[in-house]
Design a protein around this ligand. Structure first.
Ligand code: NAD
Ligand code: UD1
Length: 338
């Protein structure tokens, strides 16, 4: 029996492969390398200390997927594969709906036809939209998402709800990630964005390493303790461990559950910058810039459902996240291209 991991060469996927192997699972990984590199797979295998099958395969390729299901006894799927750049999704909506929604539908069809009806899906706190107040909990109404990327997550959540409703043998865990940052403590794998990063931590660490000159802090006039945006940053290894628990849950239960993966604590943009400087003994020059369109002031989780259903809670703190992000960035200034 094995667990199929789609998008397993990406940022969260690679860390999850390692935690799954540590927990004793056999895994099979697929990725189309759209946003990852073979070097990430090589290092993940090294860190896992155990080899595992890998296929270069697109989740929209039903025939390719069927061959993989025929070759392995897959009992559940952790589904990371997808496109994730908010700005790009505004200019390329069809690509996002095709990959994230169409790709997931194709994957679910193949799973159903092969008798594998258990899925862990990478959703996002973005599905809570602009209006729900933090702490965000899973009973809140979702929607009101401001961009195509977010809408693909919202739509796939509905697809999984309807699928589980239609067939009681299905089990789907929709994990709503807050803001994953950090890297494996070895510094060998981490987040390797293409071009100029959109997200805060990769930008901060590229400024610190000298690749970028200065961080633009998007807004200092929010209603928060220092005026900058507040987020629930979560260490990627904690997040990966949440998937291990979610797999066990999906193997033991049927039905559809949305579960937040966050720490329950909100830190501001400047809290993160200061923690990064202090822990790593580096400078992160910044300037205050106008607010970024589509941003909300405050976003953090109520993580109690994950504690109750999965027996999971985040263990690593902001300092661990800053230290590990820097170990990865400083050791690999060009990411996996070095
Ligand atoms: P990532 O881009 O590093 O990883 C995604 C992987 O999927 C990449 O390796 C990419 O090559 C692969 N992929 C993309 N389309 C594919 C396809 N059609 N077929 C096969 N492989 C494909 O992203 P990540 O940060 O690891 O995110 C993983 C998942 O979590 C994504 O679905 C993302 O939307 C979701 N998510 C991420 C965050 C975050 O902050 N990183 C937050 C919320 C949700
Ligand atoms: C963003 C996406 C969200 C996605 C998540 C993970 C938007 C509006 N939201 O979340 O849908 O799920 O990434 O990919 O894009 N910041 C700066 N300067 C920067 C970058 C960020 O000040 O250069 C600030 C932002 O204004 C925000 C905080 O840092 O207050 C976190 O930003 P980011 O890392 O982009 O994450 P989110 O906006 O929370």
């Amino acid at each position: 029996m094995a667990i199929l991991i789609t998008g397993g060469c990406g940022y969260i996927g690679s860390h999850t492969c390692i935690e799954m192997i540590k927990a004793g699972y056999d895994i099979v990984v697929i990725d189309n390398y759209y946003n990852s590199k073979p070097e990430a797979l090589k290092r993940t295998r090294e860190l896992a200390g155990k080899d595992f099958p890998f296929y270069e395969c697109d989740i929209r390729d039903a025939e390719g997927l069927k061959k993989i299901f025929a070759a392995h006894n897959i009992e559940a799927v952790i589904h990371f594969a997808g496109l994730k750049a908010v700005g790009e999704s505004v200019s390329k909506p069809l690509e996002y709906f095709d990959n994230n929604v169409g790709g997931t539908v194709t994957l679910c069809e193949v799973m159903r036809d092969c008798g594998c009806k258990r899925m862990i899906f990478s959703s996002s706190a973005t599905v809570y939209g602009m209006k729900n107040p933090s702490p965000l909990n899973e009973t809140m109404e979702i929607g009101g998402v401001t961009n195509p990327y977010g809408r693909t997550k919202w739509m796939v959540e509905q697809v999984l709800d309807d699928l589980c409703y239609s067939d009681p043998e299905w089990s789907a865990v929709k994990l709503r990630y807050f803001n994953p940052i950090g890297a494996h403590e070895s510094g060998r794998i981490g987040e390797d964005p293409n071009g100029i990063p959109n997200n805060l931590m990769p930008y901060v660490s590229q400024v610190a390493v000298g690749k970028l000159q200065q961080l633009a802090v998007f807004g200092d006039d929010y209603d928060t303790h220092d005026g900058t945006g507040v987020r629930d940053f979560i260490h990627v290894v904690d997040l990966a461990r949440g998937h291990v628990k979610a797999v066990a849950y999906a193997l033991a239960h049927t039905g559809c559950e949305a579960i937040n993966l966050g720490t329950g604590h909100g830190y501001s943009v400047l809290d993160l910058v200061k923690a990064f400087e202090k822990v790593n003994g580096v400078k992160v020059p910044y300037r205050i810039a106008p607010r970024r369109e589509g941003d909300i002031a405050v976003c953090y989780s109520d993580p109690s459902k994950a504690a109750k259903l999965l027996g999971w809670e985040a263990e690593l703190g902001l300092e661990d996240m800053c230290r590990d992000s820097w170990r990865w960035q400083s050791g690999n200034p060009k990411g996996y291209d070095a």
